[in-house]
Write a protein that binds this ligand. Structure first.
Ligand code: PLP
Length: 452
């Protein structure tokens, strides 16, 4: 038992939160989350809230899975920790590596474990540079990412990502470049989506030629950008990116921290986008967030060089292959497979979510709702128009997205605001009836925003 206002005071006195304006937080006080079950959360005021964001895009199997906590408990009782450095290993890590090799696209037979997506992307930077060094191309060190992409908060993660606010705060490192994002609403005026996909992928070729192909090591992108606002690329985009990477012999890194483990209705988003990456970054959904775990799936092209010719790779984390985290992942992935959650998102609840979410298009504030598997987004606009480019936006200073987010919470649903774009990424276990409930709550909150 605890006193909520005392927790808020202590929080304010001692806890530095990620991505938070602490002056504003001190005024409002933090929301204290206490419990979760299925797709719902409860806060310390006993509000029941439908979690439309799966925490931070991670609680794929929903809250309250006692079989995961039991697996964690059993592993803690047996071997709570041992490292995987210097020729040692542990059973859950080996089992998980084997399972990942069996569910990943066929070129992936090897995995490097980290504790987070950010560390995994840092690992990617070192791995691709090491690969090209071993291949005898010591100048091939530049990695190209995208503006408004998100690849984490470590120094390399923040640099690979394209968030201006992060670059401005000590985020940039040498050897990283960026191209524009495939955001049709932002940049596709006068083109069909299919045409725009080719144009946006062409920015990669321009950048490669600009930098000199002999300098470029890899391209990194999220199959669907998450933190940037659920930017669903045109179907033509990724195959063209693949073609360009192949043409210039550039490694392709798919950051699947959000899209891995079923979120788009395929086990990995690369499958849906029809690309064949050399590296896949994963985290979040691998344990449904119950315990921190991330990693990099290493494709055969790189594995054969790094492992067979590489000697020592001077890289690793204390918690690489942490037995408890791996035990949680094994049970989580068993649930995803046994409950056929990926198939559900592909053929049942995913299409249903898309159809229901689309019905919000008739709301006076809403322009162009779209969804891909279990991620979806809509734009809040001052004036609607048939063509997305003709909609009139609100002034960003009005903070309409944040106002709407407040109304969402008051209506018992967590939806995230990225500017005036409202996004969701619900747990993969959500049923059709719960989708109806969610979309109903979203509509009520939109009405309240309109009335404001
Ligand atoms: N990559 C993507 C695509 C992400 O969405 C995130 C987190 O949101 C990360 C990397 C960073 O992962 P982590 O927060 O586990 O370091």
């Amino acid at each position: 038992d605890f006193d909520t206002s005392a927790v808020r005071e202590l929080d304010s006195a001692h806890f530095i939160h990620p991505f938070t304006d602490h002056a504003a937080l001190a005024v409002k006080g933090a929301r204290v989350m206490v419990r979760g079950e299925g797709i719902y959360l409860w806060d310390s005021d006993d509000n029941k809230i439908l979690d439309g964001m799966s925490g931070l895009w991670c609680v794929n199997v929903g809250y309250g899975r006692t079989s995961i906590s039991q697996a964690v408990y059993r592993q803690m009782e047996t071997l709570p920790f041992y490292n995987s450095f210097f020729n040692t290993t542990n059973v859950p890590a080996v089992q998980l590596a084997t399972l990942l090799a069996s569910i990943a696209p066929p070129q992936f037979k090897h995995v490097f474990f980290t504790s987070s997506g950010s560390e995994a992307n840092d690992t990617n930077v070192r791995m691709v540079r090491r690969y090209w060094d071993l291949m005898g191309y010591k100048d091939r060190h530049t990695i190209i990412g995208r503006y408004n992409g998100y690849h984490g908060s470590t120094v390399a993660g923040a640099a690979l990502g394209g968030m201006a606010g992060m670059h401005a705060q000590g985020g940039m490192i040498p050897g990283v470049a960026h191209i524009g994002q495939p955001n049709y609403a932002e940049s596709g005026r006068g083109m069909t989506e299919a045409e725009f996909g080719i144009v946006a992928a062409g920015w990669l070729e321009e950048k490669i030629l600009d930098l000199g192909p002999e300098k470029v090591a890899a391209f990194i992108g999220e199959p669907v950008q998450g933190a940037g606002g659920v930017i669903i690329p045109p179907a033509t985009y990724w195959p063209e990116i693949q073609r360009i990477c192949d043409k210039y012999d550039i490694l392709l890194i798919a950051d699947e921290v959000i899209t891995g483990f079923g979120r788009l209705g395929t086990m990995f988003g690369s499958e849906l986008m029809q690309i064949k990456p050399d590296l896949i970054t994963f985290a979040k959904g691998v344990t449904s967030g119950y315990v921190p775990l991330g990693g990099v799936l290493v494709g055969s092209r790189m594995a054969s060089v790094l492992i067979e010719k590489g000697g020592d790779f001077n890289h690793g984390f204390t918690y690489s292959g942490h037995p408890v985290a791996c035990a949680a992942a094994l049970e989580n992935l068993r649930i995803i497979q046994d409950e056929q959650l990926v198939t559900a998102v592909a053929v049942d609840t995913g299409p249903y979510l898309r159809q229901k979410f689309a019905t919000l298009a008739d709301h006076p504030l809403v322009s162009h709702p779209d969804a891909c598997g279990f991620v979806a987004g809509l734009n809040l606009v001052r004036k609607k128009a048939e063509v997305v480019h003709d909609c009139e936006p609100f002034d960003s200073a009005d903070g309409v997205g944040m106002i709407c987010r407040g109304h969402m919470f008051s209506n018992g649903i967590i939806m995230r605001a990225v500017g005036d774009r409202m996004i969701i990424a619900p747990p993969l276990v959500m049923t059709q009836a719960q989708i109806d409930e969610m979309v109903g709550r979203i509509r009520d909150a939109l009405d309240a925003t309109l009335a404001d």
